[in-house]
Design a protein. Sequence first.
Length: 166
Amino acid sequence: SMVDFRISYGVARHKYAHFTDMFHDWVVPACSPAYMRRVEINELADIVAQPLIGIEWENPQQSPPSWSEWARQYGLNEPSLPFDLSFSLSSAAIDAARNESGFVLGQWSMIAGDVAGKRLSVPFDCPIRFSEPYALAWNASSLNRPQCREFRTYLLSAARQTMNTV
């Protein structure tokens, strides 16, 4: 069966004949509100001193900004490795932060709802933008079907809205 749509990240999008960039994501340090109440976070350096939750990506060339990159961008000492906790899935790392295990460098597209719902706190405005965008690719023949054209329009609109809340 043919795939109608695919969301891909970075240079992988160039494998497809038909694609459009959706958005550049961001990462920000986030932790649970209960964790924030237990520790003293007065400046950015205090974050790096906390337990950090790592995400180990299968393809490091295509990974979001790391804790080391974040620390360098904000003039801080790079955190020592290995991390207190590491996960191969962003969602598992975000769950660990929700459960008061420390700070995660969370993708805004994945944590915006948790921040709005007060399940995660972002103590400082200190994001790093992804170097590459997410893109939506499609099979050209899929657009002959009205529901597929509507779905593509919906996805692109939702992506724009998500990023306008950053």
